[in-house]
Design a protein. Structure first.
Length: 91
């Protein structure tokens, strides 16, 4: 059964997925390596990172991903927050 995501959380999940993908790439890891280290499937990692797909995931998965990326969970969350100044300044 699929859970509905509140609209206000949609962008949060997308930003978190983008941050995970960026940090994974900076760490030189493939999706397969991150999946293995975080004990989730590669397809789940792919769905989490996809910017056009909202894939909610549990805190357990979130903590496992943060550990696999060797980052504090709070720092991973903070990496996804864009100040209003940036969001309002569109080209």
């Amino acid at each position: 059964m699929s859970k509905q995501i509140e609209f206000k959380n949609r962008d949060r999940f997308i930003q978190l997925g983008i941050a995970i993908a960026a940090l994974r790439k900076m760490r030189g890891m493939s999706q397969e390596q991150l999946a293995e280290k975080s004990n989730v499937s590669r397809s789940h990692i792919s769905a989490i990172e996809a910017p056009n797909l909202v894939r909610p995931f549990s805190l357990d998965v979130f903590f496992n991903i943060a550990d696999a990326l060797e980052i504090e969970p709070a720092d991973l969350i903070n990496a996804t927050v864009f100040p209003d100044k940036i969001l309002r300044n569109r080209k």
